[in-house]
Design a protein around this ligand. Structure first.
Ligand code: AMP
Ligand code: GLY
Length: 414
């Protein structure tokens, strides 16, 4: 199978790396990719959000499957453009991707499908905002209705801060605060059927102890031992199938990966949000443990041919991913700084170094080109060995002012 992967982050590097180990893959292309991806796939300059350009590239390359990594192209309708060119595409249509693109639409679908989630109100005026803040009380949860790369959500005890964040959004969703431990689920979907992947946990806040502002995600691990098997087995029926049915009923069947962000509360598991693509940095640890070849799975999703009783083959090992971000992340990441020690780090057994926001300078040296720049993914039978190996490599990677959490996967040790 010839495949084109769209995107340029750590998620796409992990997808390309998994495909490079897959015996069914005969040619691997990426657009635009990054320096890490370029070492294992042919990279092509393309604007990921330009549907006509992506479809033209896929046609010119003669690929059998296009995999769209990030949310922005999906919400822009790039999967529709690829399908219109008669090429199989892993990633939902623009209509189905609204489950991620509009928090209001997602709440509407969740209510119609009977999904356990926070009570919420969508507001457009300051008096509606005030009423909703009073109704739900502190901590206040204020979400920009549109897409904001994980940074449109404010959770605060400060009413003035909550009002100010709401005032900066056109439409805002205000909701009940949910207290508990968060985890991520990826359900591979073909429009009607789905298969659940292994669970992962992500760390959203920039600082140790879950302090500081939200980020795209600072680290992850899989599996999630504090979600017991009987609870995990129920998740597809409670948070995936009803949404697939509701989207189908609305004429927007979902083919791609449905990613519920979940939280384990005293009242059971609730959905914080739905995303329409793989989570970054969680998919890196999930793919690290997947033994089933990836290309056939994603092709089956793209073509509506997922097998009903499909079981995926997982390594029992623990995988840990520690993210290295640029100085100033998340507010103002510094770009153009050299990143050293990568080759040395990559030579350590059981560890993979994945690129995210990196570029090459004129001399061919790797430099920062975004916020999150490197993922260090380690796998071992013993969770503490996986964690130690990841941090050993993180310590060897040289970057001025690097932003790293030091407590990724510590909750696995307790
Ligand atoms: P979202 O972009 O909706 O995933 O929100 C980003 C982060 O904000 C989540 O991962 C949670 O940590 C936090 N968050 C969002 N909604 C809630 C909620 N209702 N209660 C508590 N925390 C929330
Ligand atoms: N790591 C969470 C996300 O990709 O949204």
């Amino acid at each position: 199978m010839k495949i084109l992967v769209i995107g340029s982050g750590g998620r796409e590097h992990a997808i390309v790396a998994a495909l490079s180990r897959d015996p069914d893959v005969t040619a691997l292309h990426a657009g635009p990719g990054n320096p890490g991806i370029a070492a294992i796939a042919a990279c092509h300059p393309v604007d990921p959000c330009d549907g006509a350009a992506v479809a033209a590239l896929a046609t010119a390359l003669g690929v059998d499957l296009v995999i769209i990594g990030p949310e922005a192209p999906l919400i822009a309708g790039v999967a529709d453009a690829v399908r219109a060119a008669d090429i199989a595409c892993f990633g939902p249509t623009q209509d189905a991707a609204r489950i991620e693109g509009s928090k209001g639409f997602a709440k509407d679908v969740m209510n119609a499908a009977g999904i356990p989630t926070a009570r919420a109100r969508t507001c457009t005026t300051s008096s509606e905002v005030d009423d909703a803040l009073t109704e739900f009380g502190a901590p206040y949860v204020v979400k920009d209705d549109g897409l904001a790369a994980g940074k449109g959500v404010m959770v605060t005890d400060n009413i003035h801060g909550a009002r100010a964040h709401a005032a900066g959004c056109d439409r805002v969703v205000i909701e009940e605060y949910l207290d508990g431990r968060e985890f991520s689920m990826f359900a591979l979907c073909d429009g009607t059927r789905s298969v659940a992947m292994a669970l992962a946990r992500d760390y959203k806040r920039v600082g140790d102890g879950d302090l500081g502002p939200n980020t795209g995600g600072m680290g992850a691990y899989s599996p999630v031992p504090w979600i017991f098997a009987d609870l995990e087995a129920e998740l597809t029926a409670t948070v995936v199938t009803p949404v697939l049915e509701e989207l189908q009923r609305r004429g927007a069947p979902f083919a791609g990966v449905l990613f519920p962000g979940l939280i384990l509360t005293d009242d059971g598991v609730k959905v914080i949000e739905y995303n329409a693509r793989f989570g970054d940095p969680e998919i890196q640890v999930v793919l690290e443990r997947l033994n089933t070849p990836l290309s056939g799975l994603l092709y089956a999703c793209a073509t509506g041919t997922l097998k009903p009783d499909l079981e995926l083959d997982w390594s029992p090992d623990t995988a840990v991913n520690v993210v290295i971000a640029s100085d100033g992340y998340p507010a103002q990441p510094v770009t153009g700084d050299p990143i050293g020690g990568l080759d040395h780090a990559a030579a350590i057994d059981g560890v993979h170094v994945l690129h995210a926001g990196t570029a090459l300078d004129d001399s061919g040296a790797v430099i920062t080109a975004g916020g999150r720049v490197i993922n260090v993914v380690a796998r071992a039978a013993d969770p503490s060995a996986a964690r130690a190996a990841a941090y050993e490599v993180v310590d060897r990677i040289e970057l001025r002012g690097k932003v790293v959490r030091t407590d990724i996967a510590t909750d696995l040790m307790r």
